[in-house]
Design a protein around this ligand. Structure first.
Ligand code: FES
Length: 101
């Protein structure tokens, strides 16, 4: 977990299906969202930033809530998947089999 920069989106492919996820560390919490913007399918981790309203897509600027995946600003209107995260002994485990939102 300490390998993750605080409030900087980091992209990974997870599991046998190589599910693209973006991890965002916020202090002692780590959030996992599908690393695909619901507007035009670019990866947040390719240049997105994390602001007060969540992760901001670098292409058109929609912000997505880290807990719900819902966009709080246009042009995106659809949420992105959010996955359960478990922290064990400093390691991050993400269950990509089921979205929690
Ligand atoms: S591609 Fe993300 S807001 Fe347009």
């Amino acid at each position: 977990m300490t390998d993750l920069d605080d409030r900087k989106p980091s992209g990974f492919d997870v599991g046998d299906e190589h599910t693209p996820i973006v991890l965002v560390r916020d202090g002692d919490t780590v959030h996992a969202l599908r690393d695909v913007c619901s507007h035009a399918e670019v990866a947040f981790s390719d240049g997105g930033e994390v602001g007060r309203d969540g992760v901001e897509c670098w292409l058109h600027g929609s912000c997505f809530d880290l807990r719900t995946g819902r966009p709080s600003s246009p042009p995106a209107t659809e949420p992105v998947d959010v996955f359960a995260v478990e922290l064990r002994a400093g390691d991050v485990y993400v269950d990509v089999t089921t979205a929690v939102n």
